[in-house]
Design a protein around this ligand. Structure first.
Ligand SMILES: Nc1ncnc2c1ncn2[C@@H]1O[C@H](COP(=O)(O)OP(=O)(O)OP(=O)(O)O)[C@@H](O)[C@H]1O
Length: 485
């Protein structure tokens, strides 16, 4: 067997293969992972087909086997030049080679690869530009190891006018075409998808190049790690991990460092070091840099050097699309009426929208009932969620009348020409659906009609909309868009 190990024309030892694999893993996983799992393994035996590693701690053995085996196999394949089966055995009582110095060279693999390519003198073993993560499971492992949620991808994000600018900026950064957007500063209200987009940048960069050293953390975690490093006198390592061992820094909720002077001081130097070496920084916040309370001017001005992008609460079409996507992803069947009811009840927080949907579905299942609008309305009431803006019958009558060039008195009157009776029936349908008032009460509000007239109108329009009658469905959708905006 011939190993091309870091361009040295010699057979590498089992220890060298393991060291090289660890070096590659170091470029993909954070230090904590390396310390907790990989430094606790040692190579034991190597044949043409198999490399055996030992772990003294049974938990480490099981955890690594269940979570990182694919990654190890890939790293070993790159190091050894061929695929080997990896086996992890209980090391208790077995002698293995101690792994002493895996930090032989902290220069990132990608940089090493590029330097060697440029010189042309040698062939680099690792070509990260062409390195593709084949199985999504590998990407998921990288993403989880970086502390991110594999679900927070661009694909899972529903784009609407409230977030399309920020979404586009994030995509530009992730594809490397947004080099002037440094830093990218995302701000917006609670639960609107800031963290989702922030992590989507990291996930996309890892997908494009698994060797990217992505650091994702909240500003609070940054501060906690800083305090711990000060206590444990490990500041050099703390600084290194952010200032040098990082290609992309994703900081969530930067507003947290407001008023925390030492954290701001440290972050200021981290920011400068990364910025000067051309490394991308993306931050999220609940306010613009200038509005952040307790943030030093020198930091606030730096935050505004690149691009500031905001996320607004989603408009009705986006709320509906988000609900449909979440329902589809969870294999849930959600009627159009229920979707609309939820989308009109929760307007300003996507997290709440998503959470309420899942709770409602779970409760309907527990009660063994289909999730129709009546049950959904009851559940919303029980969850103490009111329509954020409640519609009343008068408003609906006026809106329908003006949409069809009629007067409110036509809708409430008794003329039965089609041009009037159809809009009247639609107004009755919308009133029942969006106010939930009883049929007799609605009859009174529609000019003293019998409750069966309202009931018949409601059922007729509901039927037409559900069976996909385009003319009626389109008219109702237009009216709802007008009423619920
Ligand atoms: N446009 C969207 N498409 C799909 N899912 C979304 C969208 N916006 C938000 N979400 C979902 O809503 C939830 C909350 O989003 P996220 O945590 O990113 O909000 P945030 O703005 O960071 O909130 P906070 O201000 O509380 O930190 C997540 O599950 C996210 O996937």
């Amino acid at each position: 067997m011939y190993f091309d190990f870091f361009c040295l024309q010699a057979m590498p030892s089992m220890q060298e293969i393991w060291n090289a694999a660890l070096l590659e893993l170091q470029t993909q996983l954070n230090e904590e992972n390396i310390e907790n799992w990989f430094k606790k393994l040692r190579p034991y035996e190597c044949s043409d087909a198999k490399l055996t590693l030992l772990a003294d701690d049974p938990f480490v053995r099981i955890w690594v086997r269940d979570n990182y085996l694919d990654l190890i196999e890939e790293a070993i394949e790159h190091a050894a030049g061929q695929r080997l089966e990896i086996e992890i055995l209980d090391g208790d009582g077995l002698e293995g080679e101690e792994v002493e110095n895996i930090d032989v060279d902290l220069e990132p693999m990608a940089a090493r690869s590029a330097r060697l390519d440029e010189s042309g003198a040698q062939t680099a073993l690792f070509d990260f530009d062409s390195l593709e993560i084949s199985a999504p499971a590998d990407l998921d492992a990288l993403v989880s190891a970086a502390g991110m949620n594999p679900r927070y991808t661009f694909d899972e994000f529903v784009v609407g006018s409230s977030n399309q600018f920020t979404h586009a900026a994030c995509q530009a950064v992730a594809s490397g075409s947004g080099q002037t957007y440094n830093p990218l500063f995302i701000f917006g209200g609670v639960g609107l998808g800031k963290t989702h987009l922030l992590q989507a940048v990291g996930i996309e960069m890892l997908r494009r190049n698994p060797a990217t050293r992505v650091k994702y953390l909240s500003a609070e975690v940054f501060m906690n790690q800083l305090i711990q490093s000060l206590r444990q006198k490990t500041m050099a390592e703390f600084r290194n991990q952010f200032r040098h061992d990082c290609d992309l820094l994703l900081i969530d909720d930067i507003q947290f460092i407001g008023g925390k002077d030492s954290t701001q001081e440290e972050f200021f130097h981290t920011f400068n070091a990364l910025y000067q070496s051309g490394k991308q920084i993306v931050m999220t916040s609940d306010k613009t840099p200038q509005e952040l309370p307790g943030i030093e001017e020198r930091l606030a001005s730096r935050f505004a050097w690149g691009l500031i992008a905001d996320i607004q609460p989603p408009e009705i079409e986006t709320r509906v699309a988000i609900l449909e996507k979440k329902a589809e992803d969870s294999d849930l069947e959600l009627g159009k009426d229920v979707t609309m009811l939820l989308a009109t009840s929760i307007r300003s927080n996507v997290r709440e929208l998503e959470g309420t949907l899942l709770r409602m579905v779970a409760q309907a299942q527990l009660m063994n009932q289909p999730l129709n609008t009546d049950l959904a309305r009851q559940l919303l009431k029980r969850m103490n969620i009111q329509h954020e803006r409640s519609l009343n019958v008068e408003q609906i009558i006026r809106t329908v009348a003006s949409h069809f060039d009629l007067k409110a008195s036509d809708i409430k009157g008794s003329r039965r020409t089609r041009a009037i009776s159809e809009p009247r029936q639609m107004a009755m349908y919308l009133s029942r659906k969006h106010t939930g008032e009883s049929y007799p009460e609605l009859g009174r509000k529609f000019g003293g009609k019998d409750h069966t007239t309202v009931l018949t109108a409601f059922r007729k329009i509901e039927d037409l909309v559900e069976t996909g009658n385009n003319e009626f469905a389109a008219a109702i959708a237009e009216l709802e868009a007008l009423l619920l905006r």
